[in-house]
Design a protein around this ligand. Structure first.
Ligand SMILES: Cc1cc2nc3c(=O)[nH]c(=O)nc-3n(C[C@H](O)[C@H](O)[C@H](O)COP(=O)(O)OP(=O)(O)OC[C@H]3O[C@@H](n4cnc5c(N)ncnc54)[C@H](O)[C@@H]3O)c2cc1C
Length: 493
């Protein structure tokens, strides 16, 4: 399908002047009504019924105010929306769940394109591949592929979108054995900034295939094809101790991970549960040090691997045989939209000194406003040097610190921000230069995210979307990210 692209691009024409001189001027409102008529899905404009739910991001700290929201029902809706945006001199921002809404930046002059209804999953059990629509969540994919005895490499949270999370890296429970999720991408179906439907893989548009995997997607992905993996026996869960045991447990975990096979992915964390009814009685308002682990091994091997930690007599031990589909329950991420603020730091090494620093800051009174301070064990297949894939295919570091707090009311933000920043600052002496895109919650410069690849990425993005029609998280700084300029402001009626 090809859409007429002989129309002004963002920044090239006033909205009212977008109509050809040979025709009567078409007001933006009329363009939107034509768009509404052409869509199988929905167009929601400011003030209309459903506006607040249509524009709401999963990340409740972000209050999104786009020019319009399109809830796409199919690929045609996506292409039609791009064409309409070009006519109006607007951008289009694809969004599945809005977990990463904080990295998107302001949505002025932007149509927010919600993809949740593009939720098809087609599995080829023989080839062990899945074609996953842009609106599919990690939990839905995990459940679907488990029926075929497979697993997808994804992040730890069930509610994130597969496309957004995988394009951004995808660091989860299979990380050390199977690497980042982004390396499982076989191909991408997309609508480009001109409205063309394209397929992107190693043979087709290799430059774009490189750029979208871990970098910038200057296209709207409508589906993604993923390599699935057969996972053998799996044991996973958490061991938890009262917070007073933080130092000895954390150091025991540090020594434990030194000899671990790649079949084990684990993390250590300090957890402070708030006094809210959603938290089970036995955890509510209590603080713990915990080790969470996913071990791909039979029961005897898993038990023997865990013994040094169990010797520390955890108060709670939930490690049990699990199917890969259940893995997303281990980390306890919220299932429903939540307001959260987090900071991340990649560590070059997990040493006694870096662990001491982390424990010190985690036990400070200021850290009481944080829900979780965790240290994920990296290495294994997450380390550089494996398969050369897209612009980001590995993480150069031994561990990822992530400090996050819930912000139940606006006044709580300052304390959470200060506490998360304090953790990040304290870990700076041990930090590598790596920044993991999925854990960068605010717009981050391309040079910081991609290093020397930022310039090549910019060239690819400019080639595919010279006018910057498509707006994605962590927008490239410079011309592509420049706001749309019009001679006459649009009248959005
Ligand atoms: C509670 C929580 C837990 C998390 N846990 C993990 C984890 O364990 N591991 C991990 O790796 N990450 C994790 N993340 C980070 C998460 O993977 C990123 O926020 C990711 O970007 C979310 O993708 P999404 O599609 O759900 O979000 P969205 O905000 O909908 O999309 C994020 C970005 O992805 C891109 N994108 C989405 N859809 C499209 C599309 N159709 N076409 C082109 N680009 C698109 C855009 O840049 C968009 O701005 C977590 C986040 C939260 C809030």
């Amino acid at each position: 399908m090809t859409i007429d692209t002989s129309l002004p691009a963002p920044g090239q024409a006033s909205a009212a002047g977008a109509a050809s001189a040979a025709h009567e001027p078409v007001l933006p409102g009329e363009h939107f009504e034509r768009l509404r008529a052409e869509l199988s899905g929905d167009l929601v404009l400011p003030g209309e019924d459903g506006w607040d739910s249509a524009r709401a991001a999963w990340q409740l700290l972000v209050d999104q105010h786009p020019a319009a929201v399109v809830v796409a029902a199919d690929v045609h809706d996506v292409a039609t929306t791009v064409a309409c945006a070009r006519r109006l001199g607007l951008h289009v921002a694809p969004q599945s769940t809005g977990h990463a809404a904080g990295a998107l930046g302001p949505l002025t002059d932007t149509i927010l394109l919600r993809t949740a209804r593009l939720d098809g999953i087609a599995i080829d059990a023989e080839a062990r591949t899945a074609r996953v629509g842009a609106g599919v969540t990690a939990a839905a994919l995990a459940a679907a592929v488990a029926e075929h005895g497979c697993a997808a490499v994804s992040g730890m949270a069930p509610s994130v979108g597969v496309v957004g999370s995988t394009l951004g890296g995808g660091l989860g429970w299979l990380a050390r054995s199977h690497g980042l999720g982004v390396n499982s991408i076989l191909s991408i179906d997309a609508v480009d900034a001109q409205g063309h439907v394209i397929r992107v893989d190693a043979e087709h548009h290799a430059d774009l295939f490189w750029a979208v995997r871990g970098g910038i997607a200057p296209v709207i992905v409508t589906a993604i094809e993923l390599q699935l993996h057969e996972i053998g026996e799996l044991h996973a869960g958490a061991l938890m101790w009262p917070l007073e045991r933080a130092a000895d447990v954390a150091h025991a975990w540090r020594e434990w991970i030194e000899e671990l096979p790649e079949a084990v992915t684990s993390l250590a964390r300090v957890l402070r549960y708030p006094p809210i009814p959603e938290i089970p009685d036995f955890l509510r308002a209590r603080s713990f040090v915990a080790v969470e682990a996913a071990i791909q091994a039979d029961a005897a091997t898993a038990a023997s691997l865990l013994q040094p930690l169990r010797d520390l007599r955890p108060e709670l031990d939930s490690v049990r045989p699990m199917s890969p589909a259940e893995l997303s329950t281990v980390h306890g991420d919220p299932a429903h939209p939540a307001p959260g603020f987090g900071e991340a730091v990649v560590l070059t090494d997990i040493t006694a000194a870096s662990m001491d620093a982390l424990i010190d800051v985690a036990l400070e009174p200021s850290s009481q406003s944080l829900l979780s301070i965790e240290l994920r064990h990296l290495g294994g297949r997450t380390a550089p040097g494996g398969t050369a894939g897209g612009v980001v295919s590995a993480i150069d570091g031994a561990g990822l610190v992530f400090a996050v707090g819930l912000v139940p009311f606006p006044g709580a933000l300052a304390a959470v921000k200060d506490a998360a920043t304090a953790v990040a600052d304290r870990m700076q002496p041990f930090a590598s230069s790596a920044v993991v895109k999925n854990f960068a919650e605010r717009p981050t410069a391309a040079a910081t995210l991609y290093g020397i690849d930022a310039e090549r990425l910019r060239r690819v993005a400019c080639a595919w979307d010279p006018e910057g029609v498509i707006r994605v998280g962590h927008p490239l700084d410079g011309p592509l990210a420049a706001p749309v300029k019009r001679d006459t402001p649009p009248v959005l009626d």
